[in-house]
Design a protein around this ligand. Structure first.
Ligand SMILES: *[C@@H]1O[C@H](CO)[C@@H](O)[C@H](O)[C@H]1NC(C)=O
Ligand SMILES: *[C@@H]1O[C@H](CO)[C@@H](O)[C@H](O)[C@H]1NC(C)=O
Ligand SMILES: *[C@@H]1O[C@H](CO)[C@@H](O)[C@H](O)[C@H]1NC(C)=O
Ligand SMILES: *[C@@H]1O[C@H](CO)[C@@H](O)[C@H](O)[C@H]1NC(C)=O
Ligand SMILES: *[C@@H]1O[C@H](CO)[C@@H](O)[C@H](O)[C@H]1NC(C)=O
Ligand SMILES: *[C@@H]1O[C@H](CO)[C@@H](O)[C@H](O)[C@H]1NC(C)=O
Ligand SMILES: *[C@@H]1O[C@H](CO)[C@@H](O)[C@H](O)[C@H]1NC(C)=O
Ligand SMILES: *[C@@H]1O[C@H](CO)[C@@H](O)[C@H](O)[C@H]1NC(C)=O
Ligand SMILES: *[C@@H]1O[C@H](CO)[C@@H](O)[C@H](O)[C@H]1NC(C)=O
Ligand SMILES: *[C@@H]1O[C@H](CO)[C@@H](O)[C@H](O)[C@H]1NC(C)=O
Ligand SMILES: *[C@@H]1O[C@H](CO)[C@@H](O)[C@H](O)[C@H]1NC(C)=O
Ligand SMILES: *[C@@H]1O[C@H](CO)[C@@H](O)[C@H](O)[C@H]1NC(C)=O
Length: 592
C-alpha cells in the first residue's frame, strides 16, 4: 500500500478559491485556502479503494438482471449540459416479481482534482445526490450502491437518465472521473415477498412504492444540474405542477446540498463578529440554516439538514479511505403532505417552492413528489382540517470582546397538518407532525483562527392515518444530528501555517412503524470522530495526517448490523463487522 510517510510525498496548495461547488479546508479566516493533496505516483500500487460505512442493502439471494446504462468520462463538464442516456428497464426480468432495484455508481479517477458534487436524475426525478472522492496520483476507485426500489414506477418505463457532475480540467486539475452507472433488478424469491411486512397498511393503500413520481426540479435542457440554486435568504425557487384527481397519498422527498460560502454553514460566525474583526472574506449570517418547503406559498415542511462534510472538507486527509457520513449518498428528507391533498386535488396547477433562511451562495435543492393513485376510481376527494406552521422560536446570546467571544443559538419550530382523503380504501384521516430543535454553541478566538462549534439538531417526525378509530398506519422517526468541530490555525513563524482540527460527526435515528399487523422498531447510531493536522509552507503542504474512527450500529429487531472501524493516514487500523443482534449486546454496543 502507498505510504503516507514517504519522503517523496508532496501536496499542492492553492491559495485561491477554486471555482464552483468544491470543498474547503476548514478555516473561517480570510484566505480559506483549498488544498489539493497529491501523492507521487507509486508504480504498481493498486488504486486506493474509498468507501462510506453503511449497512449493506438487504437483497434476496437471486441473480439480478443488470443493465449498464451509462459509461462516461467526466472531463471538462462544468457549465455544460448534463450527460444524458436512454434508460430502458431490463426486458427479460419479470417486473411483477421484482424485490429490489439497486443503482450502482462506480468510478475511478487518477491525478489531482477537487471533490465535486453530482446528481443522477431519471425522468427529472433525482435518484442520487453525491460527492466525488478526491483522487491521488496512484488512482482511486469507489462505488456507491443505493436501493432505489421506491422509484419502481419510474424504473419500469423508458426514461432519460441525466447526470450532472461539474468538473474542471486544466494544468492543475487533472483528474477525469470515469464513471459507470448500472441498475440491478433483483427478482423476488417468492411472489409478493415485498408486501408481507406492510400488513393492514397495504389493505388501506399505505404500501411502499408510489404509483407516480413527479419531478420538482428544473426541466432539461439546461447547462447545469436539474437542481434549483438558492443564493441568498430572499431567493425563492418555484415549480408548478399538477396532480391526477385520484391521488390518495403524497410524500415530498427533498434533496439538499450546500456549497461555497455555505459549505460549512454551521460554523459561519455572526456578521457582527466578522465586522468587528475585519474578516471581509469570511462567510457569515451565523450558524443556523433552514430549508423551507411551501405549497402554494404556505410552509408545509422544514428541513434542518444533516451537516454532510464533503470529501475535501475540514481536512481531506480524514476521508481516506473512509469517507464522511452521507458524502457518497446525501440524505433526502421526506415530508408527508397527504393531509394537504384536499387543497390540490382540483386538477389545477399548484406550486411548490423552496427557500433557505440565512442562506449564502449556494444551496442546491430539488424534490420528488411521490403519489399513490386510487386504481378503483378516477377521483378522490379530501379536505385539510388544520394546518399550523409555528414561527421560528429564536434565542441568541452572544458575548464578544474584540476577537474573542461566544455565541449560543437555540431555535425550534413545528409544522402540523391534518386532513382527510376519501378514496376507494375508505375515508382516511391523516396527520403529519414535524418538531424541530436546534442548539449551536460557538467559541471564537484570535480573529477566527480558533473556533469550537458544538451543534445538535433534533427532528421528530410522525405520520398517522386513521379510519374512524382504526389505525391504518403510523410511523415516527426521531433523528438527532451531532457536530462538534474544534479548529485552530496558527503561524509557526517561519512561513509555516499549521491547521489542526478535531471533529465529531454523526446521527441517531430511532424509528417505529405500526401498520396494523405488526410493530416494527429500529435504531441506528452512526458516529465518526476525526483528528488531523496540515502544515503549510510556501503554498505546499509540508506535512499532514488524518485519523478517523467510526462506529455504526443498527438494530432492527431481527435484522442487525454493526461496524467498528478506524483509519489513520490511509491505513485501516481495525475493522470489526457484526450481523447478529446478540453480537451488539455482547460487545456492549447495546440497543437503546
Ligand atoms: C465500466 O464498464 C466497462 C465495460 O464493462 C469497463 O471496461 C470499465 O472498466 C468500467 N469502468 C468502471 C469505472 O467501473
Ligand atoms: C423502450 O425503449 C426500447 C429501446 O429503445 C424500445 O425497443 C421500446 O419499444 C421502448 N418502449 C416503449 C414503451 O416505448
Ligand atoms: C438574491 O438572489 C437572487 C437570485 O440570484 C437575486 O435576484 C437577488 O437580487 C438577491 N437578493 C439579494 C438581497 O441579494
Ligand atoms: C478594522 O479596520 C478598521 C478600519 O480600517 C480599523 O480601525 C480597526 O482597527 C480594524 N480592526 C481590527 C480588529 O483589525
Ligand atoms: C475585554 O478585553 C480587554 C482587553 O483584554 C479587557 O481590558 C476588558 O476587561 C475585557 N472586557 C470584558 C467585558 O471582558
Ligand atoms: C482572547 O483569549 C485569549 C486566550 O483565551 C487571551 O490570551 C486574549 O488576551 C484574549 N483577548 C482579548 C482581547 O480578550
Ligand atoms: C371523512 O371523514 C371526516 C372525519 O370523520 C368527515 O368530516 C368528512 O365529512 C368525511 N368525508 C366524507 C366525504 O364522508
Ligand atoms: C456538546 O454539547 C453537548 C450539549 O450541550 C454536550 O453534552 C457535549 O459534551 C458537547 N460536546 C463536546 C465535545 O464538548
Ligand atoms: C438544547 O439545549 C437545551 C438547554 O441546554 C436542552 O434542554 C435541549 O435538549 C437541547 N436541544 C437539543 C436539540 O440539543
Ligand atoms: C517551522 O518552525 C516550527 C516551529 O519552530 C518547526 O517545528 C518546524 O519544523 C519549522 N518548519 C520548517 C519547514 O522549517
Ligand atoms: C419519538 O419521539 C416522540 C416524542 O418525543 C415519542 O413519542 C416517540 O415514541 C419517539 N419514537 C421513537 C421511535 O423513539
Ligand atoms: C499518522 O501520521 C501522524 C503524523 O505523522 C502520526 O503521528 C501517526 O502516528 C500516524 N498514524 C499511523 C497509524 O501511522
Amino acid at each position: 500500500m502507498d505510504s503516507f510517510h514517504s519522503p517523496l510525498l508532496f501536496f499542492f496548495l492553492l491559495l485561491h478559491q477554486p471555482p464552483f461547488y468544491s470543498a474547503n479546508l476548514h478555516k473561517i479566516n480570510h484566505l480559506r485556502p483549498n488544498i489539493l493533496t497529491q501523492e507521487t505516483p507509486f508504480e504498481h500500487t493498486p488504486p486506493t479503494h474509498y468507501f462510506e460505512v453503511t449497512k449493506p442493502i438487504k437483497l434476496p439471494k437471486t441473480k439480478p438482471c443488470s443493465h449498464l446504462i451509462l459509461q462516461h468520462d467526466f472531463g471538462y463538464t462544468y457549465g455544460k449540459v448534463p450527460v444524458l442516456a436512454n434508460y430502458t428497464p431490463p426486458s427479460r426480468c419479470p417486473s411483477h416479481k421484482v424485490s429490489n432495484i439497486v443503482l450502482e455508481w462506480k468510478a475511478t479517477c487518477k491525478g489531482r482534482q477537487f471533490d465535486r458534487i453530482f446528481g443522477v436524475w431519471l425522468g427529472g426525478v433525482e435518484l442520487l445526490r453525491s460527492c466525488t472522492a478526491e483522487p491521488t496520483a496512484a488512482g482511486i476507485v469507489w462505488s456507491v450502491v443505493k436501493d432505489v426500489t421506491k422509484y419502481y414506477s419510474l424504473l419500469v418505463k423508458n426514461q432519460t437518465l441525466a447526470v450532472y457532475l461539474g468538473n474542471l480540467l486544466d494544468n492543475t486539475y487533472t483528474g477525469v472521473y470515469h464513471v459507470n452507472i448500472t441498475f440491478h433488478f433483483y427478482p423476488a424469491k417468492h411472489k409478493f415477498n415485498h408486501f408481507v411486512q406492510n400488513g393492514n397498511a397495504l389493505v388501506y393503500g399505505y404500501r411502499s412504492w408510489a404509483d407516480l413520481i413527479l419531478p420538482i426540479s428544473r426541466n432539461l435542457p439546461l447547462n447545469d444540474g436539474l437542481w434549483f440554486e438558492i443564493e441568498n435568504s430572499t431567493d425563492l425557487a418555484l415549480k408548478e405542477f399538477k396532480i391526477p384527481k385520484n391521488v390518495y397519498r403524497a410524500v415530498l422527498e427533498v434533496y439538499v446540498s450546500f456549497h461555497e460560502n455555505d459549505e460549512s454553514w454551521y460554523s459561519n460566525p455572526p456578521n457582527e463578529y466578522i465586522a468587528a474583526n475585519n474578516l471581509t472574506d469570511t462567510p457569515g449570517n451565523g450558524p443556523f440554516r433552514e430549508v423551507l418547503v411551501s405549497l402554494d406559498g404556505e410552509v408545509v415542511g422544514a428541513i434542518w439538514p444533516f451537516t454532510v462534510i464533503f470529501t475535501g472538507g475540514v481536512n481531506p486527509l480524514l476521508w481516506r479511505p473512509i469517507t464522511s457520513i452521507g458524502s457518497f449518498n446525501l440524505p433526502s428528507y421526506d415530508i408527508e403532505i397527504t393531509p394537504l391533498l384536499g387543497e390540490i386535488l382540483d386538477g389545477k396547477v399548484h406550486t411548490i417552492s423552496f427557500s433557505v433562511t440565512n442562506a449564502l451562495n449556494v444551496w442546491l435543492i430539488d424534490a420528488n413528489l411521490h403519489l399513490w393513485l386510487d386504481g378503483q376510481s378516477t377521483e378522490t376527494e379530501g379536505r385539510l382540517y388544520k394546518h399550523i406552521s409555528s414561527p421560528l422560536v429564536v434565542s441568541l446570546v452572544s458575548n464578544f470582546n474584540g476577537s474573542n467571544g461566544t455565541v449560543s443559538t437555540s431555535l425550534s419550530r413545528s409544522v402540523f397538518s391534518t386532513g382527510w382523503v376519501k378514496s376507494s380504501f375508505g375515508n382516511i384521516t391523516s396527520q403529519s407532525v414535524q418538531n424541530l430543535y436546534y442548539n449551536n454553541s460557538m467559541v471564537l478566538g484570535s480573529r477566527g483562527d480558533m473556533q469550537i462549534v458544538n451543534q445538535t439538531i433534533q427532528s421528530n417526525d410522525s405520520v398517522c392515518a386513521k379510519m374512524q378509530s382504526l389505525y391504518v398506519y403510523s410511523s415516527t422517526s426521531n433523528k438527532t444530528f451531532y457536530l462538534y468541530l474544534n479548529s485552530n490555525h496558527s503561524s509557526l513563524g517561519n512561513g509555516t501555517s499549521l491547521y489542526v482540527a478535531n471533529l465529531s460527526l454523526g446521527f441517531t435515528d430511532k424509528r417505529s412503524m405500526d401498520s396494523g399487523f405488526g410493530f416494527l422498531k429500529s435504531s441506528l447510531e452512526n458516529l465518526q470522530d476525526g483528528q488531523g493536522y496540515i502544515a503549510v509552507k510556501n503554498s505546499l503542504v509540508a506535512s499532514g495526517s488524518g485519523s478517523t474512527q467510526q462506529a455504526y450500529r443498527y438494530n432492527g429487531g431481527k435484522d442487525c448490523y454493526f461496524r467498528n472501524i478506524s483509519s489513520s493516514n490511509y491505513t485501516i487500523l481495525y475493522d470489526e463487522v457484526g450481523h447478529k443482534c446478540w453480537e451488539q449486546a455482547h460487545s456492549g454496543l447495546s440497543y437503546r
